[in-house]
Design a protein around this ligand. Structure first.
Ligand code: DLL
Length: 450
């Protein structure tokens, strides 16, 4: 790996962006969390959804005496967000909002996430922290190849980089050839995108006869989808870079919940802003230290749309041992799976229910389908096998082709992804007695430990 980034064996020699906050002694950090948790309980009483539940349980700030008391508070789920659509969870007047992002829901409608100006400030700081932890410096130039839009990746990282003082190239997602041309023209040292897109850029360079290791990038900050240690090695080797993992989710803020330092032994959770529990998804009791469980996140400082015990559905482990970098925050492992059926396709969150919704919009299809996800090269491919009604199934190629295109368009409209549609004969998809298995994921990116 390039010497550019410095000696990864000595994480203590790297700068810390927000040193006082990131290295707070544990006792002080926990005191701060408790103070912020109490304040949160006051602030959420402005949200009818939370107020009703607090009243019902007879809970107020006086009942929060230790951090463990967070367990007296109700959970929030994606379904709650949908029921509160579009902005029922606001804790501030609508006029104090500065921005609204969104994330895909289980149906065609996105769930919205709102920010005040102060939330945006906090968000930039959180992104700046993990970027600096991963070697980004003000004198660097960074190419952001995340989507800019409702998705939190592009704007979140963009403002984080600006906060650091880095020159930002908002290249946005896609158009690999252009990404490579920009890289060659402007010589950015930093690449920001999903890990799978980093591999696509390397492949794209090879196709153009360019050695990807000769590209100027030396540091990559990747997130937004699961990846493995093997993939990290592959990316680092292909592009001759140091690759860092960062994690976040729109409902909670976007990127910036946690990120790696040069020790790369888990992602530091920004605990002064998030209280993270790791629970058994069935019993909802805390798992033993270091065991995998569902991350449940409470936002301690978000103003516009605070989240109380948000059930992320992401499975990971938490580590509390001190880190060689000097940060005192707890770390999380890679995300090793999910407790629901959400898929991440090229960085886009997709629920099988969205595919079903798309199919329902097209006459002649049945609710029998199978979603096959694979990664033949570096990017995810989706094939949807759909059974159609016998009277529609015809030998006329042109009619079948039109139907495929129609379904494909609906899937794009509802789920935001391009899928190859294969129409199959009536009754050719396996029937299930219990829970139907609608997804065949052949990518092998989850269920592995870092
Ligand atoms: O993906 C936020 C983000 C953008 C994070 C860019 C990092 C970089 P959502 O679209 O709401 O937000 O998707 C959130 O993506 O619950 C995880 O399942 C997954 N995810 C995000 N980062 C990682 C990661 C953004 N580093 C969902 N490793 C989360 C594994 C990740 N999964």
């Amino acid at each position: 790996m390039s010497a550019f980034i410095g000696n990864l064996e000595r994480p203590d020699q790297y700068p810390i962006w927000d040193e006082p906050a990131e290295t707070l002694p544990r006792a002080e950090l926990e005191r701060l969390q408790l103070e912020r948790l109490r304040d949160l309980v006051v602030r959420i009483s402005r949200v009818p959804f939370y107020r009703d539940q607090l009243n019902h349980r007879d809970i107020g700030p006086q009942n929060i005496r230790s951090l463990a008391d967070v367990r007296k508070l109700p959970f929030t789920t994606k379904a709650d967000m949908r029921r509160q659509h579009p902005l029922g969870l606001l804790a501030v007047p609508r006029k104090s909002l500065a921005r609204i992002h969104g994330s895909s829901g289980t149906t065609g409608k996105p769930t919205f996430v709102a920010y005040t100006a102060k939330d945006l400030e906090t968000w930039s700081t959180l992104c700046a922290r993990f970027l600096v932890a991963g070697g980004v410096k003000p004198e660097h130039t960074a190419q952001v190849a995340f989507g800019y839009g409702l998705f939190t990746g592009g704007f979140g990282l963009h403002y984080g980089l600006e906060r650091v003082g880095t020159t930002v190239i908002p290249a946005a997602a896609g158009n690999t050839r252009r990404q490579i041309e920009i890289m060659r023209d402007l010589a950015p040292e930093v690449l920001i995108c999903t890990p799978s897109y980093a591999l696509t850029i390397a492949d794209g360079a090879r196709e153009l006869g360019i050695d990807p290791r000769a590209l100027p990038i030396r540091i990559g900050h990747f997130g937004g989808e699961p990846w493995t240690e093997d993939m990290r090695r592959e990316i680092e080797d292909a592009l001759d870079i140091a690759a860092f993992n960062n994690y976040g989710l729109s409902e909670v803020i976007g990127p910036g919940v946690s990120g790696e330092c040069p020790a790369r032994a888990g992602m530091h959770i920004q605990e002064d802003h998030f209280l993270v529990e790791c629970l058994d998804p069935e019993s909802l009791e805390p798992v033993p230290e270091g065991e995998p469980g569902e991350l449940v996140i409470t936002t301690l400082t978000r103003e516009a749309m605070p989240m109380v015990r948000y059930r992320t559905r992401d499975i990971a482990r938490l580590y509390r041992e001190p880190c060689a970098c000097g940060r005192t925050t707890m770390r999380m492992s890679r995300v090793t799976g999910r407790t629901d059926d959400m898929l991440i396709i090229r960085g886009v969150n997709v629920f099988p229910s969205q595919i079903e919704e798309a199919l329902l919009r097209v006459e002649g299809t049945t609710p029998h389908y199978l979603i096959e996800v694979s990664r033949p090269a570096t990017l995810d491919e989706v094939h949807v096998k759909v059974e159609i009604h016998p009277e529609i199934f015809s030998d006329r190629m042109d009619r079948m082709q039109t139907l495929c295109e129609r379904i494909s368009r609906e899937i794009q409209a509802v789920a935001g992804i391009r899928a190859h549609v294969d129409l199959v004969e009536p009754r050719s998809i396996e029937r299930f007695v219990g829970k139907a298995k609608r997804v065949l994921d052949k990518r092998g990116v989850s269920e592995q430990e870092s």
